[in-house]
Design a protein. Structure first.
Length: 101
């Protein structure tokens, strides 16, 4: 029984990352903050990230992003879509600097 519970927990965590969406882009504007989110322009369009309830670590990594950085953003959404020129990320997981290609 214990093995089944462990297997179920492992399956839950492994499938959650399967459905995570990622985007790699170059930041083309300064990061701007509002009461509920962070906004910046990128090579793939404007990006809006809902930040209510994010952890200190998530905030620090997001706040460290500067114009000219290439970044990999991971979101909990299964797919990121552009609506009226803006990609909205409601379930922000992480952002990290990557090498520009």
């Amino acid at each position: 029984m214990k093995a089944i519970k462990l297997l179920a927990i492992a399956a839950l965590f492994s499938t959650s990352s399967i459905y995570a969406a990622t985007i790699t882009t170059k930041v083309t504007s300064k990061l701007e903050w509002s009461e509920e989110g962070a906004y910046f322009s990128s090579s793939k369009g404007d990006i809006s990230i809902y930040t209510i309830g994010i952890s200190t670590k998530q905030f620090q990594s997001l706040n460290a992003i500067k114009k000219g950085d290439c970044v990999l953003i991971t979101a909990g959404e299964s797919k990121l879509e552009k609506y009226q020129g803006t990609i909205s990320i409601m379930d922000f997981k992480s952002i990290k600097k990557v090498a520009c290609k």
